[in-house]
Design a protein around this ligand. Sequence first.
Ligand code: IPE
Ligand code: IPE
Ligand code: MG
Length: 241
Amino acid sequence: MPLARCVPQHIAIIMDGNGRWAKKRFLPRVAGHRQGVVAVRETIRACAEFGVDYLTLFAFSSENWRRPKEEVNLLMDLFVRSLEAEIEAMHENNIRLKIIGDIEIFAPRLQELIQEGMRCTQSNLGLTLTIAANYGGRWDIMQAMKKFAKGRTEPYAELTESDLSPYLSMHYAPEPDLFIRTGGEMRISNFLLWQLAYTELYFTPILWPDFDRVALNDAIVSYQSRERRFGRTSEQLKENV
Ligand code: IPE
Ligand code: IPE
Ligand code: MG
C-alpha cells in the first residue's frame, strides 16, 4: 500500500495492450479484452482501498471505430455485459459511476444501461469511476465550445478558460494528478487533452490484463517522487512549505 500522504486524488488510465496479451497466448484478441475486465475490477478495488477519489478509464476511443467490425461488436457486447453484471456491486461499494463520450451512437440497450448505472449510483460518496467510451479529447473541447455557444450571440473575444471548463465532460472532477498508460506506447491517443495539461505522466510496458495492485502501487510511488512545479521554480516551492 502506498504512503497515505500524497496519494493522487485523480488517476486517469489508458488501458492498452489487451490484443498483444492475447496474441502472446495464441488467443483471439477478445480474450485479451475479457481478461482486461478482470484488471479493471482489481484496479477499482485497489484505488478505493488506497484512498484515490477519482479513477478515469479509457475504454473505447472515438478512433477505435476504425477496428474490424467484429472486434468493435465484441467490445460493445463486453461493455453491455460488464454493466449488467457490475452496476449493483458498484452501488453496494458506494461507487459513483460516470460515463463520458459521445454515447448517442451506441445501441439503445447500451445507452439504457449507461443511464441506469449513472442514475442508480449518482448519490454515492465513494470512488468516482469514470469510463470514457466513444471519447476523444478533441471531441470534448469541441462539444464544450458548441454548448457554450448555444443561444449566445455576443462575440467570444473575452472567452476565458474558466468560462469553458464547466462545459467539458469532466467538469465534476479535479484534473488528473497521475496519468498511466500500460502496453508500452508513449502517447496520449486523443484522451483527456485539456485536463492532462499538468498531469504527471507514467508509462509502463505491462500489458493491461496483467496490471494489478502491485503495478498500481509502483505508479503511485513514482508519482510521489515527482516535484509538481506548475511553472514555478523548485526554490519557490520550498519557500512555501
Ligand atoms: C486496449 O487494448 C483496449 C482498447 C483499445 C479497447 P488494445 O486492443 O489496443 O491492445 P493492443 O494495443 O492491440 O495490444
Ligand atoms: C487507446 O488505445 C484507446 C483505449 C485504450 C481505449 P489504442 O490502442 O486504440 O491507441 P493507439 O491507436 O495505439 O494510439
Ligand atoms: Mg492498443
